[in-house]
Design a protein around this ligand. Structure first.
Ligand code: PRE
Length: 370
C-alpha cells in the first residue's frame, strides 16, 4: 500500500492534467460564447447540456460514482457558462436578437404580466418565475433578455427586495411602467356574493380590499401566494362558495366571473414596475436616472450629495435607503433623478457625487413613465 505522500503525488499529477484540460475547455467555450453572440444565440443551451451529461455519464465505468459524476459535470457546465458570460461582459450593448424573451415573477394573469404587456405589448415570448430572484438568475444565464419587476406601490410603498436584488446582481434599469391595480371579486359562474364562505388572495390583495371584505363578515379570508394563483385555485376547486380577489385578466385566464368589480379601498392604487436588463441601455429620449451609492456615517455626508443636485438644478424624484447588511447600520441610497446621463449638468453632478460617496454606480438611464 502506498504511503500518504505517494497518493498525494498521484493526486497532484491527476490535478495537473485536469487543470490543463480545464484551461483548454474554458478557452474553447469562450470561443463558443463569441460565436453565439455573433449569431444571436443564448449562452444556455438546455439540449446540448443534456447531451454533455449523457455522453459523460456513459464514460463512467463505476456506477457507484454516478451521482458524483453528475455533480461534476453540472459544476463544470455552470463554471463554463459563467466564464462565457464574464468573457462577454465587457460589451456595452445588449445582444441583438430578433426575438426577445421577457420574464416576470408570478403566473399568467398576475399584475406583473399585465405590466409586461403594457410596456412591451403582446406577442413576445414570456417566462414566469416563482421568486423575484429567479428573474435575476434567469437574466444572469440569459434565459431571458428583460425582467419586469415591481418596485413601488402607491399605497404600500417600495418593494425593497427588488432594490436589494438590483444591488446584488448589478444589473440595469432600462425602462419603467406603472399600472392601475384594480382588484375584483372573482367567482365561479353563477356564484352569489351572499353565499361565499372563503375568499383567497395575496395578503396585499386582502389588505387593500379590507373595507369591502368587512361587508362579508362570514367569509373567511385566506392569504395565498399571489392573486392569480388564488383565481386558479378557486377555478380548480369548483366550489361556488369560494372566491378570489384579483385582476380582470386573472378572471379571464382562469374562467371566473367578476362578482363585484373594483373593490379596492383606495380607488387610486398604482404599482410601478421596472424593466431590468443585464446590459446598460439608454438613448437621448431617456429622462430619468437611478443612482446607487453608500456614504460615510458622519455629519453632512448625505447633505453633501443632495447639495450637488440643488446646485445644478437637478430634480430629485425619490430616495430609498437600504441597509448595507454588514452590521454597521450603514446604508445604500438609491436616488431617482430627472435627466439624461449626457446632459452637461448631470455629468457634472455625477462626477462630483462619485468623489464624495462609495460604491457609486448609475443603475440606469431610462424613459420616465408619467
Ligand atoms: O456547446 C455550447 O453551446 C456551449 O456553449 C458550451 C457549454 C459547455 O460548457 O459544454 C456551455 C453552455 C451551454 O449551455 C452548453 C454547453
Amino acid at each position: 500500500m502506498l504511503e500518504l505522500s505517494g497518493y498525494r503525488t498521484e493526486v497532484d499529477e491527476i490535478d495537473r492534467q485536469l487543470m490543463e484540460l480545464f484551461e483548454r475547455r474554458l478557452e474553447i467555450v469562450g470561443k463558443i460564447a463569441a460565436l453565439k453572440e455573433q449569431q444571436g444565440l443564448t449562452i444556455f443551451d438546455e439540449k446540448r447540456e443534456e447531451e454533455v451529461h449523457q455522453k459523460n455519464m456513459m464514460l463512467l465505468k463505476n456506477e457507484k460514482l454516478s451521482s458524483y459524476g453528475n455533480s461534476f459535470i453540472s459544476s463544470l457546465l455552470e463554471i463554463s457558462r459563467n466564464y462565457q458570460i464574464d468573457s462577454l461582459e465587457q460589451r456595452e450593448v445588449p445582444l441583438s436578437r430578433g426575438n426577445i424573451t421577457i420574464g416576470f415573477q408570478g403566473v399568467p394573469g398576475a399584475y406583473s404580466e399585465q405590466a409586461l404587456i403594457n410596456y412591451f405589448g403582446n406577442g413576445y415570448k414570456t417566462k414566469f418565475y416563482q421568486e423575484f430572484e429567479d428573474v435575476f438568475e434567469a437574466l444572469k444565464y440569459e434565459y431571458i433578455d428583460y425582467g419586469v419587476l415591481p418596485i413601488e406601490n402607491s399605497t404600500t410603498g417600495s418593494i425593497v427586495q427588488n432594490y436589494d436584488l438590483l444591488k446584488k446582481y448589478g444589473y440595469y434599469i432600462v425602462g419603467e411602467t406603472s399600472i392601475k391595480i384594480r382588484h375584483n371579486l372573482l367567482g365561479l359562474k353563477g356564484a352569489s356574493i351572499n353565499n361565499l364562505t372563503q375568499v383567497f388572495s395575496h395578503s396585499q390583495g386582502l389588505e387593500q380590499c379590507s373595507k369591502f371584505l368587512k361587508t362579508l363578515p362570514f367569509c373567511k379570508q385566506i392569504a395565498y401566494a399571489n392573486t392569480a394563483t388564488s383565481a386558479k385555485f378557486v377555478k380548480d376547486s369548483n366550489v361556488a362558495t369560494n372566491a378570489a380577489i384579483g385582476s380582470e385578466r386573472a378572471g379571464e385566464i382562469y374562467g371566473l366571473e367578476i362578482l363585484q368589480e373594483n373593490i379596492s379601498d383606495a380607488k387610486e392604487n398604482f404599482t410601478r414596475f421596472i424593466i431590468v436588463s443585464k446590459y446598460e441601455q439608454s438613448n437621448s429620449i431617456c429622462d430619468k436616472m437611478t443612482l446607487i451609492f453608500s456614504i460615510a456615517n458622519k455629519i453632512g455626508s448625505l447633505y453633501a450629495v443632495l447639495n450637488q443636485f440643488s446646485n445644478e438644478g437637478v430634480n430629485l424624484l425619490k430616495i430609498e435607503s437600504r441597509p448595507v447588511g454588514d452590521g454597521s447600520f450603514s446604508y445604500y441610497f438609491y436616488i431617482d433623478i430627472e435627466g439624461n446621463k449626457e446632459d452637461s449638468n448631470i455629468k457634472k453632478v455625477l462626477g462630483e457625487i462619485s468623489k464624495v460617496t462609495q460604491d457609486f454606480k448609475v443603475l440606469g438611464c431610462y424613459k420616465r413613465k408619467k
